[in-house]
Design a protein around this ligand. Sequence first.
Ligand code: ZN
Length: 140
Amino acid sequence: MKSFRYPPGRIHLLRLDTDSDLSDSITAYAEQHGITVGWVNFLGAVRHASLRYYDQEAKRYEDFVVDEPLEVVAGVGNISLLEGRPFIHIHAALTDEAGHGRGGHVNSGTVVFAMEVMIQELDGVPPSRELDDCTGLTLW
Ligand code: ZN
């Protein structure tokens, strides 16, 4: 296990624009405001979702699209450094009109209908993501 300890920093509340890209908007905000370590929560709705699933056996991502309006019942993520730049890692639990769930790692290409985001910035040196041989993922 690795662990990191930080005092809390600023809390940022954002309302993303309709038709903006969910992941790219949060990334751009973090870059503009120098946020390099933090935790992200969000809720709202998307016009469609571009997601990925990590195949643990094959150690590779499989991308898929859900091309319909969806509620974001829970979105969570974090901000750290990858190759020296702020990297936003977000996952979302989504539901369709019948309440059936989908979800996964959120890719660029997920288009916002309405979205409220909280970023809890943390104070200190951000963790850097590095390749983890055990999982094949870039982790803290
Ligand atoms: Zn992920």
